[in-house]
Design a protein around this ligand. Sequence first.
Ligand code: SF4
Length: 397
Amino acid sequence: MKYWIVTFGCAANEADSERIARYYEARGYTKARSIRSADDVVINTCMIRQKAEDRVYGLVYNLSLAKKKGRKLKIVVTGCMVGMAAREKTGKMLTLLKKKMPSVDEFLPIEEVGFDHAPIRTDKDHALVLITNGCNNFCTFCVVPITRGREVSRPFEDILLECRTVAIQGMSYVTLVGQNVNSYGADFASQSVIPATEPGSSRFKSDRFRVKPGMEKKVTYVKHLGRLRIPTLFPHLLEEVCRIDGLKLIDFISSNPWDFSDELIGVIASNAKISRHIHLPVQSGDTEVLRRMNRWYTREEYLTLVKKLREHVPGVTLSTDIIVGFCGETVDQFENTVALAKKVGFTKAYVAMYSDRPHTSAHKVYSDDVPHAEKKRRWQILEELINKTNLRNGTYS
Ligand code: SF4
């Protein structure tokens, strides 16, 4: 039996697909030469924008036509669309999904694949290593906390073991992947800090975390709702990955501005193996829009972080994500994004026109009131300013 995987969406989905490949091979399947010769086609879905969802429906429709013509084929759908439906308790969403795609034979929640299946990588030099799954941030436009659930961190030692393994296999470049790598470890660091020794104290007061017997790390606190209160181990993890012989280049995605700690900047500054290109999603250059997006930083805080990075990491370049035409975004607010982009000088930007996603807070509370033509105009301005200019100048990265 042969399988073929089609992946939509982000690096986390790509990393999931590598584990799905192992999941299939463990059940006796081999990889097909193409989608046409596969017995099972697995579609790893994305819901970040309507366009991504539509591409899934289009592919399923085309495969269903092949089935109607007599091809023996199993269509399996996994990823974000299934994650969201599987988490919904009444089962209504799953019923709706089945109704929308009646030719699908199996809806596979990614949790069933789990982390136990070692990825099958096709790239010989570059490994994506998942460090967290899910997100706790609930940006109002984003469906990820609903599709992937709350943030779960992989154990520190498991990640190091995977990185050591890829180095032994001869790979030299590792990307640590998570929806927000900066809060890596928040889930278990907060439970496992070493209890205070003060007599009578019932509270955990120590700021040290036991990674494994004999290895303790000082937890770094990052900002949540304006206060340093989320414990993270990401700077330590990054430092440990840098110590692995054979790895020459290490980077990470995504890394959100509000919890990009000074400790993390320090680790980057002191480790030449860490990429000098950082992806730092800004989404908007207007503080009021950021507030409505539930992004926990202001325009000024973002610019201060960029300044700090440039001071401590000479030669650092930055790319970003920007949403144009978010609910209620005025022309002046958009111009603030343009001005910020000019000031920062991004080398690349993933510019997206706002796409209303069901079940998000923005969908429930705000109105998608910027006309499509205006969204497109704003998109074109930023595309020209950032991507096309960098492409012409040879500075696109
Ligand atoms: S940080 Fe915000 S944009 Fe990123 S995955 Fe989480 S909710 Fe979505």
